[in-house]
Design a protein. Structure first.
Length: 326
């Protein structure tokens, strides 16, 4: 069995890295003798971070101490499948009679197939593709930013495929810079999904052109930049937005920054208190992927240069609910 175990004294940061390296969505929390203490999912980590737990703190208060378990040699394959499906679990630990971890089961391990994907059918996706892409020069002097190749295909194809794999088929591209090249590309591609081009006559920032879509959606929709490929659970993101009652949800990524010097801490008299050698700081940074409620588009002024940060600020000023999905 693949080792997906951690001990309760590991930090949130370490657990995130371990979870990212595994193909599973859950870690098994064990003591030094491999006795099962609980399970830790990406959702558990998300709730801890949103609850104010620092990345440097351990996971002792973050994991589920009462997980569903299977006892070795006392369950059938069908029983395991039913538990996974009925409880909507990604993984169930298998323990012996002393509660020592001996294995774990997953849907793919039980059936040889991936668990049926949850669907985002009918959820619209807006891709902001009108920018000049100055950060991607010199490539964008020739190509529009969405057509810059990543491996064997343009970045925008990678982005769209992440959504079509989950059932999305209604796409809207806001375009401006080199829009004729982008349109010609999709005409040649002949995609099997609906594609609507939203044209800016003048640059309108990262959110201004969204106003042209007012009245076209009847449910929360995705908005993404065209130069990022986000590794996130889009289904959970959409559910997080709806169940949280948010008007805007932004996807954040945990980033760490290490200052390569010793930093000086001063006391109230201005004297040196101590030196922190190469301190490490953690931040949640905005990725450029969002879920928006349709009525939030009314806050965007017509035909004015307007960034998504302006929309978030105006939404907060109007007492709208803005969520963060880390």
């Amino acid at each position: 069995m693949k080792d997906i175990t951690v001990q309760p004294d590991v930090t949130i940061r370490q657990a995130m890295k371990t979870l990212d390296k595994t193909a599973e969505k859950c870690l098994l929390v064990v003591d030094k003798n491999r006795k099962l203490l609980g399970t830790l999912t990406d959702g558990d980590l998300r709730r801890s971070i949103l609850g104010g737990v620092k990345f440097s703190e351990n996971i002792s208060d973050s994991y589920n101490t009462k997980p569903t378990v299977l006892i070795k040699n006392k369950y059938s394959t069908e029983e395991a499948k039913q538990l996974l499906q009925n409880l909507k679990l990604d993984l169930i630990p298998v323990v012996d009679e002393n509660h020592m971890v001996v294995d774990y089961v997953t849907w793919s391990g039980m059936s040889g197939k991936s668990q049926p994907k949850k669907s985002l059918a009918d959820v619209p996706v807006v891709i902001m593709a009108g920018g000049k892409g100055t950060r991607l020069e010199p490539f964008t002097r020739v190509l529009p930013k969405p057509l810059v190749p990543v491996h064997d295909k343009p970045i925008i194809e990678h982005i769209i495929e992440r959504f079509t794999d989950l059932g999305c088929s209604d796409f809207h591209l806001t375009v401006n810079y080199k829009s004729k090249i982008l349109k010609a590309f999709f005409e040649e591609l002949q995609p099997n999904y609906k594609l609507n081009f939203v044209e800016e006559q003048d640059p309108l920032g990262t959110a201004g052109s969204l106003r042209f879509l007012e009245g076209q959606f009847n449910q929360p929709f995705f908005v993404t930049n065209c130069d990022i490929i986000i590794k996130a659970d889009y289904v959970n993101l959409h559910e997080f937005h709806r169940k949280g009652g948010y008007d805007i949800t932004l996807v954040a990524s945990a980033k760490e920054y290490i200052i390569p010097y010793g930093t000086c801490e001063l006391n109230s008299d201005g004297h040196l208190s101590h030196i922190n050698e190469k301190p490490q700081y953690d931040f949640l940074v905005n990725t450029g992927l969002y879920v928006l409620n349709p009525d939030i588009l009314r806050l965007i002024p017509k035909n004015k240069f307007y960034h998504i940060t302006h929309l978030i600020k105006d939404a907060k000023n109007k007492d709208k609910k803005v969520g963060v999905f880390p």
